[in-house]
Ligand binder design. Structure first.
Ligand code: PLP
Length: 370
């Protein structure tokens, strides 16, 4: 089947670019003697997770317990869950994972630690955890200078075992250009060094010091303290990564394929894809560098100006060859969103459809047993 014959809208992935991105980040990690445990919330696909493991990833960082359970079923040994749990049945799910694989949960406060400890104790297991360090995002995490006191407080819970420290410098998404990136890399490196040194001096044996994001990856990968990196978005890239030169157009694997269905006036075209494909992201954490809602490939004169749920407005700024009936490819601002809005990605090789990649571990894709 040819790409041009696909029903629109749909979410395309260029199979070669996806593969190259996976291999490139793996190679950079290997060259620097680091482990890559990619964040999988970007793709929520067991097939892409397998590509990452086959390329050499030593583990995975999951954004949901659904992802953790699917990876455990695939036989992946090292699975870290990015967040704490604090209610049933998720406490039980975490315990079950810890019985089956090298499962590491992240914790940053005593209250959640108490609940997880109780669940582990009742199951007669010891749960490995990584203490979340706040490297500047100010979401989860303890400040580096408080790492020892929080670890000491949690050490009263004897069914928990501190194996490491972890962070995500997500405030990097406030960077407006490439030259801005260094200060976020410095935050990431200095926070992890401070916390790791202090904990080790206090007698803690840290087997893992992990952190990561796509924009800080290249700058931070040669760090002396961080051992494991967790970029996620790099598999697809997007306009947000283009805005800081973290990726080039030719590194953007995921696009939205849409048809121009109307031209109500010369400077306005309407496409058959809206927020239900793109999401509404214009950059997180204060980024004002992004204009519009995506980049139309090959047509700089066409700007994705606004989106309704099922349709989008394309503003035409100069003369164009585009016309009603044409199919266009748009790099979204934030690729993690479209990948979560479809149950399959259409993987193409050039102009030909190669295969369908199931997005099989979206939240609630598995119904609970009642
Ligand atoms: C905890 C955590 N780690 C890693 C990542 C991966 O970051 P990026 O998507 O910039 O590669 C994310 C993304 O949001 C995250 O929340």
């Amino acid at each position: 089947m040819k790409k041009i014959d696909l029903i629109t809208p749909c979410i395309l992935v260029d199979g070669d670019i996806l593969n190259n991105n996976i291999l490139e980040y793996q190679k950079i990690s290997d060259t620097n003697g680091k482990e890559l445990w990619p964040m999988t919330k970007t793709h929520k696909s067991t097939e892409i997770a397998k590509m990452q493991i086959d390329a050499g990833a030593k583990g995975l960082l999951a954004g949901t317990l659904d992802e953790c359970e699917a990876f455990c079923e695939m036989g992946i040994e090292n699975i870290m869950y990015a967040y704490p749990v604090a209610s049933e049945p998720n406490l039980q799910r975490a315990v079950n994972l810890a019985k089956k694989c090298n499962f590491i949960i992240r914790i940053d406060c005593q209250e959640a630690a108490k609940l997880i400890n109780e669940a582990a104790k009742n199951a007669d297991i010891v749960m490995n955890y990584s203490l979340i360090i706040d490297s500047g995002l100010h979401r989860f995490g303890v400040l580096p200078e408080n790492a020892v006191s929080v670890a000491n407080a949690i050490s009263e819970f004897t069914s928990l075992n501190l194996v490491g420290i972890s962070s995500h410098p997500g405030h990097v998404y406030g960077a407006l250009s490439h030259s801005d990136l260094q200060k976020y890399v410095d935050d990431e490196k200095s926070s992890m060094k401070y916390a790791a040194d202090a904990l080790r001096a206090a007698g803690y044996d840290l087997k893992i010091v992990s952190s990561g994001s796509t924009p800080t990856f290249r700058g931070a990968v040669d760090d002396e303290t961080i051992m494991v990196y967790h970029p996620g978005n790099y598999v697809f890239n997007d306009v947000i990564q283009l805005s800081t030169d973290t990726a080039r157009d030719c590194d953007c694997a995921l696009t939205i394929y849409a048809t121009i269905i109307s031209q109500p006036r010369e400077s306005l075209m309407i496409i058959d894809a809206g927020t239900k494909c793109f999401g509404l992201d214009q950059g997180a954490h204060g980024n004002t560098a992004i204009v519009g809602f995506g980049k139309v490939k090959g047509h700089p004169e066409a700007i994705v100006d606004s989106l309704s749920e099922e349709v989008g407005k394309i503003k035409i700024s100069e003369e164009t060859t585009l016309k009603v009936g044409d199919k266009i490819e748009i790099i979204p601002n934030h690729s993690c969103v479209p990948a979560n809005q479809t149950s399959y990605l259409v993987a193409c090789k050039g102009d030909v459809v190669d295969r369908f990649i199931n997005v099989d571990i979206r939240a609630n894709s598995k119904k609970p047993i009642i």
